[in-house]
Ligand binder design. Sequence first.
Ligand code: PXG
Length: 469
Amino acid sequence: MDPATREWQALDRAHYLHPFTDHKALGEEGSRVITRAEGVYIHDSEGRRILDGMAGLWCVNLGYGRHELAEAAAEQLRELPYYNSFFKTTHPPAVRLAERLCTLAPAHINRVFFTGSGSEANDTALRMVRHYWALKGRPHKQMVIARENAYHGSTVAGMSLGGMAPMQGQGGPGVPGIVHVPQPYWFGEGQFGEGRECTPEAFGRECAAALEAKILEVGEENVAAFIAEPVQGAGGAIIPPESYWPAIKAVLARYDILLVVDEVICGFGRLGEWFGSQHYGLEPDLMPIAKGLSSGYLPIGGVLVGDRVAETLIEAGGEFFHGFTYSGHPVCAAVALKNLELLETECVVERVRDDLGPYLAERWASLATHPLVGEARSLGLIGALELVADKASGRRFDKALAAGNLCRDLSLEAGLVMRSVGDTLIISPPLVITRDQIDELVARARRALDEAARRLSATDQGPSVGRVS
Ligand code: PXG
């Protein structure tokens, strides 16, 4: 091992508490040190070049090494490195970015509230929907309905809106007044559901019916909003059945409840439209955004606010006591603006919709015949593989085998970053990936699957175990 790597690992072990990390395990294994990147490739300190199938953490939409973004940051740092937008003040980069975002968003969305991250965006959305109903003279409408296994961030409100049991089990009670309904996870909870014959379309409608049942259970008069991602990202790249969103829209149309669509992952081209909401024909009242807004080059998020909520806030007068030091940070805003300009002039979103998305779908689907793969699905440039011990029944591997983590680690050895969520493997590559690089991605994934199959077949699988990771 390179001495520099050894030193970084030692310092890392001694001082750095990482996000979402088992530090005992990290201390034993040592961290991987990423030193530079270009295009769709990252390089580690040992000289390995790895195809980044996750675009960092679902965010480097434009790929690495874009000098235009570095120059936009440098120019803004020289001109005005910081000023706030509290107290009736503003600055050109934030204003221009707000205007640009509103031209890209659905027509009824004409305002933006900036934050530093996706978690802060969801905190903002939560406070805003509750404040909206209070202004409307309906202060009891405070409850928010979210989905099981959703990820909406790691702040207290983000974690509470999220439906991840392990997160909710740590750090004390979350924000009160948040309830959860089932996720539209056909492979994990529909297809092989207990003793049930059903189609994806029927399952999608069932999930919408569960939302309606929850609204009736808690009382429409108490519900402020429903929050969901168009396609669930961190939960396992869960692409809902085609019936799901139309059925959800029909339910919401029957009740006076706001719709918050978390676009932190699906926004900025991931599904082949500027926003995932446009792919599914949704008209959200609020859209939290982050990640691809700056292609991850600098931290910036926000909430796109529809006219219904924005005009109520404005017309009511008085202050919304909420904001962050870095709301609309000028350097982050300048980089985000340049990022949007490049996505637009290089027709990146259209290319995902018309060429790369369909191409990935075809190539990714070729993995479905692999003995380990129970399902291969994708939409735009999000994809998932469901690993199974038995294809016909969808039986999962014994959890102790950690098949997903094994496959993820083997994938890295094969030169590809994939993410594992239980025994689901996920990809979400930079949107500038080429067809040749998609071929390379699929070939490397297949190599990892082959090696995983070899190792797993050598182990005693034990008895059949639960299917849902
Ligand atoms: N909403 C969604 C849908 C997200 O995916 C957030 C909000 C929070 O954004 P910030 O910027 O506060 O992190 C996210 C973040 C994973 C993983 O393991 C995904 C995220 C964050 C950390 C890990 O897939 N997404």
